[in-house]
Design a protein. Structure first.
Length: 121
């Protein structure tokens, strides 16, 4: 179970980094969201994964640490607010600039006078 959990955290991290490095603002927002999910799962796993364990002391022989659960809950709320702000900011940039490229200008397309071909001549 721990191996599958670690693989899922790694996959979320890899996908988040890939999307964050893309050139469009929506991809960047989705990448940051996936990275925050990966961090939340990592924090949650730091409280030790246990099945049928109470979060309150004295309720069972085994208990899970409630601090990572509280941290993850706080991080979920902060992540939701950050995502909402980033989406509104991306919508404003799209309205002002007319595109959603992260640096505000679209890359040169074939047929533009500034286009430089990367191929052999």
């Amino acid at each position: 179970m721990e191996g599958l959990y670690a693989f899922c955290v790694g996959l979320l991290t890899a996908c988040g980094i890939f999307l964050t490095l893309r050139g469009r603002s929506f991809s960047v927002v989705m990448g940051l969201t996936l990275l925050s999910y990966a961090v939340n799962l990592f924090l949650f796993a730091s409280g030790r994964l246990k099945l049928n364990a109470a979060a309150v002391l004295g309720q069972s022989e085994q208990y899970s640490d409630p601090l990572p659960q509280a941290l993850v809950l706080t991080a979920i709320v902060i992540g939701f607010a950050m995502t909402a702000f980033a989406v509104i900011l991306a919508m404003r940039v799209r309205a002002d600039l007319g595109n959603d490229h992260v640096d505000g200008v679209l890359p040169a397309q074939p047929g533009d006078p500034t286009y430089k071909s990367g191929g052999h001549h």
